[in-house]
Design a protein around this ligand. Structure first.
Ligand SMILES: [Mn+2]
Length: 419
């Protein structure tokens, strides 16, 4: 006998894609509805492939609904599944815990939501599949939910549906922690997990899987996103990814080693953007952060010109076509071309200045005096200026060390050019 199901998690319906909304000419509609479209894509696949059921392992919603439309959208998608006679089971996670969602909307009969009071079992008799699950009652659920999951049903295919950080996921909040060995001890065949947004097969006997989230929402959620299709053939399990994201995120690092000016940097970035669209977009619009790195003669010139560099790169991106690629942000992380050690070895005035600047960066009295002088200026500076130069924002918060460190290379580079 063979049958299939879709395992999804972390849909975060109606959450916004961060860093693109204020974009001149942004396709607001695509961005606003990306999480919904990704989910509809998944439901389309479920229906077209005639899967036997669907699992949603928490964080279906991003948080409390702004209005009923979020709930109505989900209900409508579930009704589509229902008409195709596909059941779905849902557990709620930390983002959509009972304590977080104040509005209620009844769901179609094909949807089973697991209780937050205790773990329970939902049986699909035709397939002899037992689904065990429990929703979060409170967002900050730090107890181990897995230990109280029901015993496996003998002779059935057992699936645990759980929203959990497992253990050792430093990047994720430690909700409902449990260990892999605790999951293994339950004797289930498959653990359908949610919470960790990166696709990850934790274990294969039994299967313990994070499908990742359906749609990347910011630059830390790069690459293809979606759910997994799980096929069970005579008891043997096969897992394959289903990619349904609508906008694809990428972090492009460009080494400006060979660049001598802002123009040169733009010329380096252009072809890289083009290659990116060819290689990684798979026909989707892309959202890209560009980081310019490396030892570069352009370092001094780039300081404070991030807005101009971003505009130049945007202009390049526009040549690729409408709605093909957006530049979320341009980060300048270059270093001066001159080696600090080489400079120190020189016994001329520039080397002296280098030493002075280095000392200045750790001279408390000097930094305090500079901070006092700049405080007034920075308070009066327009917000757009502060936003475009991170060091100025640091000054506003009383930290001038970053500024001293940042201007030193440019100052030295300029002095050397005068030689
Ligand atoms: Mn999540």
């Amino acid at each position: 006998m063979s049958w299939r199901f879709i395992h999804a998690a972390d849909i975060h319906l109606d959450s916004q894609l961060r860093g693109l909304a204020a974009y001149e000419g942004a396709p607001v509609e695509i961005l606003r509805t990306a999480s919904r479209t990704a989910f509809s894509n998944l439901v389309d696949i479920a229906i077209a492939e005639e899967v036997d059921f669907m699992i949603i392992a928490g964080d279906l919603y991003d948080g409390n609904w702004k209005d009923y439309n979020t709930g109505l959208f989900f209900s409508k998608e579930m009704a589509r599944l229902g008409r195709a006679e596909i059941p779905a089971v849902v557990v709620y996670g930390n983002h959509d815990a009972e304590s977080e969602i104040t509005k209620q909307l009844s769901l179609p009969d094909n949807v089973k939501v697991f209780s937050s009071r205790q773990a329970e079992t939902h049986r699909l008799d035709d397939l002899k599949v037992a689904l065990h699950g429990r929703s979060f009652r409170n967002a900050a659920t730090e107890e181990n939910l897995a230990v109280d999951y029901p015993d496996a049903v003998d002779g059935w295919f057992n699936i645990g549906v759980l929203h959990t950080a497992l253990e050792g996921h430093a990047a994720h909040a430690r909700y409902a922690p449990c260990s892999l060995s605790e999951l293994q001890a339950k004797g289930y065949d498959y653990w359908a997990l949610g919470h960790v947004h990166e696709y990850r097969i934790v274990n294969e006997e039994p299967w313990v899987v994070f499908p990742g989230n359906l749609q990347g929402r910011h630059v830390r959620e790069v690459g293809p996103r979606g759910a997994v299709m799980v096929s069970v053939e005579d008891g043997k399990v096969f897992v394959e990814r289903l990619i349904v994201d609508v906008v694809r995120w990428h972090h492009l690092e460009v080494d400006a080693g060979g660049a001598a000016s802002l123009d040169d940097v733009v010329k380096l970035v252009g072809p890289r953007l083009e290659a990116l669209v060819d290689d990684k977009a798979e026909g989707r619009p892309m959202a890209v952060r560009v980081s310019v790195t490396g030892r570069s003669a352009a370092h001094g010139e780039l300081f404070g010109l991030e807005p101009q560099l971003r505009a130049e790169i945007l202009a390049r991106a526009n040549t690729l076509g409408d709605e093909v690629l957006w530049v979320e942000k341009v980060c300048v992380k270059t270093e001066p071309e001159l080696d600090a050690k080489e400079l120190k070895a020189r016994s001329d005035a520039v080397a002296d200045l280098q030493v002075m600047l280095e000392r200045a960066a750790s001279d408390e009295a000097f930094l305090q005096a500079l901070a006092d002088d700049l405080a007034d200026l920075v308070t009066k500076a327009p917000k757009s200026l502060i936003d475009s130069v991170p060091e100025l924002d640091a000054v506003r918060l009383g930290n001038v060390t970053d500024l001293v460190k940042a201007v030193s290379p440019g100052l030295l580079a300029r002095l050397l050019n005068e030689e």
